[in-house]
Structures are given as C-alpha cells and as structure tokens.
Write a protein that binds this ligand. Structure first.
Ligand SMILES: Nc1ncnc2c1ncn2[C@@H]1O[C@H](COP(=O)(O)OP(=O)(O)OP(=O)(O)O)[C@@H](O)[C@H]1O
Length: 262
C-alpha cells in the first residue's frame, strides 16, 4: 500500500512547523525521513498515524485520503511506533503486544487463535518471547521499544510508521531491528538520526530541513558531502562500506560547519 503526502501543512497551536511537504513511500518500500532536530520529521509522521490533522494538504493511503477512513479502518492499515512511548502501563509485555489486535476485535470479544498466533509471532520477532509475563513498566528502555514494536507488528498493518525506533537500542538490537524491517517488506515510513543506518536500510530518503523536504531519492544520490554540510552543518566524506557496499558516511568529529538554519 503506497503512501503519498501531498503539500502537507501541519503544526501546533496555529503555527505551522511543516509547510508544503511532498513525500512518498511506494508499496513495500522503506522510506526514511532524516533531518536535523526540529526539522519536522515527527510532525509529518504524526499526520500519517492521525495523531495530528493537516491544516492543508493530504495524506493518501493507496490513493484514498486518510480523512475518508474511519479510525478503525485506519488502525487496520497503519501501525505506529510513536516518539511518545508510555512507560506507565501496568500491563504485562504480552498484554501490551495483544493491544495491537484491538482493531480486529468486536467490543469485549476474547482472543481467538489467530490473535494468539499473531502475538506470539510478534513477540518472537523482537526477541521477547521469553519475557511475555514481565511487567512492561519494569522493562529497560530498549526492551520497551521492542515490546511496542511487537505491538505494531501484531496489528498486522499495511503501513508501518516508526519514529526513531532505534533510539535506546544497543548496536546489536539496532541491526536486528533493521533486519526485521527488511524482512517484513511492509510499506514503512521511518525517521532515523543514524544516517549510516538510514543509508543501509532505506530504499528512498527524504531530507527535511526547517519543515520542508530539501532532497528526496535513493540514499546514495541524496547523502552527498554537500548536503550533509548544508543541512546538518557537518563535514563528512561519503564512501562505500567496505563490507556491504552501502553508502558510508565518515564524519569529521573535530569540526562543525555553520548551517543555513535549523
Ligand atoms: N507537541 C508540540 N507542541 C508544540 N510544538 C511542537 C510539538 N512537537 C514538536 N513541536 C515543534 O515542531 C517543530 C518540529 O518538531 P518535530 O518534533 O516534528 O521535529 P523532528 O525533526 O522530529 O525533531 P527531532 O529530531 O528533535 O525529534 C519543532 O520546532 C518543535 O519544537
């Protein structure tokens, strides 16, 4: 299911922080949103999982305007790992993951076999099968992240929206998460700060700067030293990863450059 965002304007308390954004993810593609702090990545993603309503422009799922879908229809199509991650659930890990099945259930209906299988698959996928009876609130930050990702998988969505999912994860779990997303082959919109992870994972990148998209395309075309200097204010060389051939950004950690804003 492809996602198209057309001329999106959205913000908070009457102030647009995103203005005129166009971006897309083709069906089955992983599209990355990268950009400096405050550039609008989370704000764009919040419109896709309907946490925020656009002030102008449209979000289309397989050509259908999100506004024409009911909340239930949206929940069966789109699952999100938002930046606001609750820590106060007095639920077990399994119960949190099972919340992902809610869009498929009638009120007060119990779990059926398909639900149980879906929850078990999602827990196994994120490596938490053995932790299902633990309290969510007692998990580490990275474990919570993985439980919430499992909840999104259990929702069996056409579109995954992930806001900084590698936040809190150690390097091994980061790599596992990227592998999992590649395997899922779902249409995915993901924001990432780690540009090397984004270069390795994403089919397409959209670079945001001050609430606008300033570059879009395959990572190797988008992530140039010039863009990194202009948008992020860093000096970097871009080479090919010696093991994978992916674009590899080698940052100069001794120097920063003036930026145009942001
Ligand atoms: N809940 C909110 N209320 C008011 N302003 C907000 C809110 N969330 C974000 N903003 C503002 O909107 C702008 C874009 O923020 P957003 O969180 O979308 O950026 P981001 O690119 O995701 O940043 P980061 O990389 O720091 O997560 C910023 O100026 C931010 O201060």
């Amino acid at each position: 299911m492809n996602v198209d965002i057309e001329d999106l304007h959205v913000g908070y308390a009457g102030r647009n922080v995103v203005a005129g954004v166009h971006l897309m993810a083709a069906a089955g593609e992983i599209a990355g949103l990268v950009g400096p702090n405050g550039s609008g990545k989370s704000t764009v993603l919040r419109t896709v999982y309907r946490h925020l309503r656009p002030t102008a422009g449209r979000v289309l799922l397989a050509g259908a305007d999100l506004r024409t879908l009911t909340p239930g229809q949206t929940a069966r199509r789109v699952a999100a790992l938002p930046q606001e991650r609750g820590s106060d659930f007095e639920l077990t890990v399994r119960e949190v993951v099972a919340m992902g099945r809610t869009p498929y259930k009638r009120a007060f209906a119990g779990e059926d076999r398909a639900d149980r299988e879906s929850v078990a698959r999602a827990l196994a996928a994120v490596g938490l099968a053995g932790a299902d009876t633990r309290r969510f609130s007692a998990l580490s930050g990275g474990e919570r992240q993985r439980a919430l990702l499992a909840r999104a998988f259990a929702q069996d969505p056409d579109v995954l929206v992930l806001d900084e999912p590698t936040n809190h994860l150690d390097v091994r779990h980061q790599i596992e998460l990227l592998a999992l997303l590649r395997e899922q082959r779902r249409t995915t919109l993901i924001s990432l700060h780690d540009l090397n992870a984004a270069a390795s994972l994403c089919d397409r990148l959209h670079v945001l700067h001050d609430g606008r998209v300033v570059a879009s395309g395959p990572p190797r075309e988008v992530l140039t030293p010039q863009l990194l200097a202009e948008v992020f204010g860093v000096r970097a060389a871009v080479t090919a990863h010696p093991l994978t051939g992916d674009p590899l950004i080698a940052f100069d950690h001794r120097q920063r450059l003036p930026t145009g804003g942001g």
